[in-house]
Every structure is written in structure tokens, then in C-alpha cells.
Design a protein around this ligand. Structure first.
Ligand SMILES: *Cc1c(COP(=O)(O)O)cnc(C)c1O
Length: 339
């Protein structure tokens, strides 16, 4: 049976709503902090996290007082693997956060086995992977806890900031609902038994998300068709699109490619009216607030950071846009090579 990644319902009076089938909260990073807290992770604990991620994943670990242990990534998918997770773990490690970056699924089977061996909890950062599947299971349903962001630019975006935590563990869900609403005890308004916070989902955002959720699978299918088109048009000798695992159905939050002379290629593209981005230019272990947690070089992450390039991708793009980008990109790579 398929487990759904999230159910977002309108919280009519802006307060906790017992009909909410899953806990919801504002912003991805804040709900990741709550997820770590309900798992009892805090000062003295370590959490393994890939350095190739958006900074918010790492921020949450530091905000609960724990220490991030940075893991390297697989050279083809640029995602954390069981091996890179194990290499980063120490006896103080209590959890690992797998990030399904770019909308690609990491090998959750292997990671779950590795986490069991290490006796640590596996959390999922699915902020870029709404609706992605590993075999038939949806992103966010495979770890103890899964976290989503509904930042407007995500595959499922609100009209402002929003996020959700999902879990199949009803005891954890109950504690999450309490924490996101000022630590209110179940059944008792103004009974605050634990230190909580206000991380409720705004009702207006919930309305927007409820309507857009119905369209999500269609938009994701469109993203897959466009990336398949890129894959057909781009010569892997010149432009390598980040790999996807055969067990997975990715949702391509981003179409990330690796190219040599990346900065020069980008400049040529800009001059031809094609905007690209880099996700992310500095790996997290090299960002100033986190260098103190960086102990070993992460060669795959560091070399990828010099080559990654996010190509234009949006469900409303046309096939001919992909064709124009592919042709211009191919010419730019050749031009950068010969100069
Ligand atoms: C967007 C994003 C987040 C942060 O979400 P917010 O809602 O901005 O807190 C966390 N992790 C990843 C991988 C993201 O892409």
C-alpha cells in the first residue's frame, strides 16, 4: 500500500486541529529542527549529513545543539550513500539525514540498512522531492521522519513560507503536533508540558497547497519528460546530467548537469539570454558557520561544486525551449574548450 507523503488540511481557527492527519509546520528548516528534537537529538550528539545540500539541513542540526558530521556523495548521483554515511559516522552519531537533492532519490534501502547497523535514526530531507518514489514508496515515507519545504520555488510551493513533517510513528506525530503549538498537551489548551514553539502552518498557505497538491503528479511528470528530452539531446561527452537510480522515479526539482569550464560556459549562456544557477556554489562544510565541523576533505563534493550547473527547468517550459538550451549549451561547452 502506498503511503502518501503529506496531507495538508486547513486549520480553521489557526490552532492545532486534531483532524490533521499529519503534523504540519512552517518552513522546512524549522520542522527539521522539531524532527531532531522529538528524536531526542541535542547537545553532545552528532548527525551525519551530506555536505552537498542546501544549508538549511545543516542549520537544523546546529540549532538543536548537535554537531553535523559531513558525508561525501556518490560521483554519479551526487547524493549520500550508505558507504559515505558510514565513513562519516562516529560513536557519537545518533542520526543521519538523507537529502533527496535535485528531486533524485538516494538509495534509501541501503541507507536504511546502514542506519540499522549503526543503530542510528534515518531522517529524510525531501524538500526538493515532493512526490518522488523509491520503488513504490514516496519520498518522506521511508525514514523515521520526513521533512518537506513548501517554499514558493519548490515542486509544491505555497504563496509564502510553509513546510511539513511526516511520520508513520503516531507517538512521534503526537509530540511533533505538541511542539509546533507551544508544547501544548494533547487535549488541553493552555496545558504546556514541554518547551515548544509556534511552527503552525498558516491556513491560507494550507488552502493554496491543498489546491496545488492535486496538480503535483502532473507537473512532476512534465518535469520528467523535459529532463528526458535534455538527456536525449545532450552529448554525455560534453555535458553529464546527474544520474538517476533505476529504482527511483525522480521529480527533478532541478536539472543539474556537470560541465568543464563551468563559469565560462555560464557566461557564454548568459550572453545568449539563457540563465542558469548553481546549486550550490559552496558545499556546506566550507561555509563560514560550519567550517569548525569539517574534519576531512570531501573530494567528490568539492570537485562537483566546480562543475555543477542547473539548467532551465519548469513544468511550463516547452520542448523547443529545451532544444534551444541544449543546442546553445553544447556550442558553449565547445567554445569554452577551444578558447
Ligand atoms: C528549500 C530547502 C530547505 C529549506 O526549506 P525552508 O522552507 O526554506 O526552511 C531545506 N533543505 C533543502 C534540500 C531545500 O532545498
Amino acid at each position: 500500500m502506498e503511503r502518501q507523503p503529506q496531507t495538508v488540511r486547513v486549520d480553521q481557527d489557526g490552532r492545532r486541529d486534531h483532524r490533521l492527519s499529519r503534523p504540519t509546520s512552517s518552513t522546512n528548516q524549522r520542522r527539521m529542527t522539531l524532527a531532531l528534537r522529538v528524536l531526542g537529538i541535542g547537545p553532545g550528539d552528532e548527525v551525519v549529513v551530506p555536505a552537498n545540500t542546501f544549508v538549511a539541513t545543516v542549520e537544523a542540526i546546529v540549532l538543536v545543539g548537535a554537531r553535523p558530521r559531513f558525508a561525501d556523495v556518490d560521483p554519479d548521483t551526487l547524493l549520500m550513500t550508505a558507504d559515505t554515511m558510514k565513513a562519516a559516522a562516529t560513536p557519537a552519531t545518533r542520526a543521519a539525514i538523507v537529502v533527496h537533492l535535485y528531486g533524485q532519490m538516494a538509495d534509501v534501502d541501503d541507507l536504511a540498512r546502514g542506519a540499522t547497523e549503526l543503530r542510528i535514526a534515518l531522517l529524510e530531507d525531501a524538500a526538493q522531492a515532493h512526490g518522488a518514489r523509491w520503488h513504490s514508496a514516496r519520498a518522506g515515507s521511508l525514514g523515521r521522519v520526513g521533512c518537506f519545504s513548501f517554499y514558493p520555488g519548490k515542486n509544491l510551493g505555497a504563496f509564502g513560507d510553509a513546510g511539513a513533517v511526516v511520520t508513520s510513528d503516531s507517538a512521534l506525530a503526537e509530540r511533533l503536533r505538541s511542539l509546533r503549538d507551544h508544547g501544548t498537551a494533547s487535549g488541553g489548551r493552555y496545558q504546556h508540558e514541554v518547551l515548544g514553539t509556534n511552527s503552525r502552518l498558516d491556513s491560507l498557505q494550507a488552502v493554496v497547497l491543498t489546491v496545488k497538491l492535486r496538480r503535483l503528479d502532473g507537473w512532476n511528470a512534465r518535469r520528467r519528460r523535459l529532463v528526458d528530452h535534455y538527456r536525449r539531446l545532450l552529448d554525455p561527452e560534453l555535458v553529464q546530467l546527474v544520474d538517476q537510480r533505476p529504482e527511483s522515479q525522480p521529480v527533478h526539482h532541478l536539472a543539474v548537469a556537470r560541465v568543464r569550464n563551468r563559469d565560462q560556459v555560464r557566461e557564454i549562456l548568459v550572453n545568449k539570454g539563457i540563465g542558469t544557477r548553481i546549486h550550490y556554489p559552496t558545499p556546506c562544510h566550507q561555509l563560514p558557520p560550519y567550517t569548525r565541523f569539517s574534519h576531512v576533505p570531501l573530494p567528490v563534493t568539492e570537485s562537483a561544486a566546480r562543475e555543477i550547473l542547473s539548467l532551465p527547468l519548469h513544468p511550463h517550459m516547452a520542448e523547443r525551449d529545451v532544444e534551444r538550451v541544449s543546442a546553445t549549451l553544447t556550442a558553449a561547452v565547445l567554445e569554452a574548450r577551444s578558447s
